[in-house]
Ligand binder design. Structure first.
Ligand SMILES: NC(=O)c1ccc[n+]([C@@H]2O[C@H](COP(=O)([O-])OP(=O)(O)OC[C@H]3O[C@@H](n4cnc5c(N)ncnc54)[C@H](O)[C@@H]3O)[C@@H](O)[C@H]2O)c1
Length: 342
């Protein structure tokens, strides 16, 4: 039985909490830390979000130990796995401390704010006895897993065009709006769009070059990016991510993939299932795995711990690459240049 301690009981901490509660045959939630007293005591009524469980409630946490100080949670001998769900600027310090304490660590995306911080985390993980993974939930999202398989097994022939999109209203749910401060979150490119950067890396590996444009609204923060990733002349790959839409828009994530023999469309905001359009004029809606990416990533990481195996579906080095490539997009947008990646 894996003892779990979560640091950060905001939007994503609450989502992770709900997943561990579905996995009580393999893990036990033993500790919860948040610097805000109501949150660490289970009052999540003021915690919102944009996907998954978007509205918090009050919860009875039973014998789960509440901590105000994250260092005390890490030192708790009942905690085997530390799940880091705090704002991004805190990931590095907490992950390194937990790894040094011999704990397994699941830390939210983006891995960190820059490559130097990622490298420090990788160095700590290299000599740690615990397992380490960044919570890149899109690699575990059923429709995204399905697309990866369709590209790999070429069931519709060669991929010709791919458009990944993540579109949102300006987020208003993070505590004290930390997410809108680029010094704390990295802005929309790192916080939101990094999901699709990591997804494109998962699907296709690193591109040869990237060309991006971005818009800056709030001081210093890009809140919209559109990027073209160059692989080969007969494949068009476009990624877009933004959180500058008006409040009523809400949230969408989706993709369009055009293959030689058909096309696939998925947009979560439509409520429609992933749809395959076939060359004969037909439409198919393949069956998806029942659970979402949050459940699947935690289920997978618990399995890695149980089997004493390093994660392979999402490695910390790949999560570092996602940060690096998101920053290359930013550099391309700032300079107006096409940037060579490999
Ligand atoms: N995978 C996803 O889909 C997804 C979705 C949302 C957020 N995230 C990531 O999760 C992280 C958290 O984002 P969020 O939306 O949950 O933010 P949030 O503001 O909703 O919650 C963060 C929580 O951390 C707590 N906290 C802050 N500093 C702390 C400290 N020093 N000690 C203890 N607790 C502290 C806050 O009180 C707050 O409750 C970010 O890195 C974000 O990018 C990932």
């Amino acid at each position: 039985m894996i003892g779990v301690g979560i640091i950060g009981a905001g939007f994503i901490g609450r989502n992770h909490f709900n997943q561990y509660e579905k996995l009580t045959d393999r893990c036990k939630l033993v500790a919860l830390c948040d610097k805000e007293e109501p949150r660490r005591l289970g009052d999540w009524s003021g915690v919102g979000g944009n996907v998954g469980d978007t509205q918090g409630t009050r919860r009875d946490l039973g014998d789960i130990r509440p901590y105000a100080d994250w260092k005390e949670l890490i030192a708790d001998p009942k905690v085997d796995l530390v799940d880091i769900c705090v704002p991004t600027y805190l990931h590095k310090e907490m992950a390194i401390a937990a790894l040094k304490a011999g704990k397994h660590v699941l830390s939210e995306k983006p891995m960190a704010l820059n490559l130097q911080e990622c490298d420090e985390m990788l160095a700590a993980a290299a000599s740690a006895k615990g397992r380490f993974m960044i919570a890149q939930c899109i690699r575990f999202w059923p429709e995204c897993v399905w697309l990866k398989q369709a590209i790999d097994d070429r069931r519709y022939g060669e991929l010709k065009a791919l458009h990944l999109r993540r579109q949102a209203s300006t987020p208003g749910y993070s505590l004290n709006n930390w997410i809108l401060d680029p010094a704390l979150s990295g802005g929309a490119i790192l916080d939101l769009h990094v999901h699709d950067v990591d997804f494109a890396l998962f699907l296709l590996g690193k591109p040869e070059a990237i060309c991006a444009q971005a818009c800056q609204r709030t001081a210093g923060a890009y809140d919209r990016v559109h990027a073209l990733w160059h692989y080969r002349p007969d494949l068009v790959v476009q990624l877009e991510g933004y959180w500058d839409m008006p409040p009523a828009f809400g949230f969408n994530m989706g993709f369009t993939a055009r293959f030689e023999k058909g096309a696939v469309v998925f947009d979560i905001c439509t409520g429609q299932p992933l749809t395959v359009y076939t060359p004969d004029g037909g439409k198919e809606t393949p069956e998806m795995q029942p659970n979402d990416g949050y459940y699947n990533e935690i289920d997978y990481f618990l399995g890695c711990i149980e089997r004493n195996e390093a994660p392979r579906t999402s490695t910390p080095a790949e999560s570092r690459d996602a940060v690096g490539i998101a920053l290359i997009e930013k550099q391309s947008a700032q300079t107006g240049q096409v940037i060579k990646v490999r």
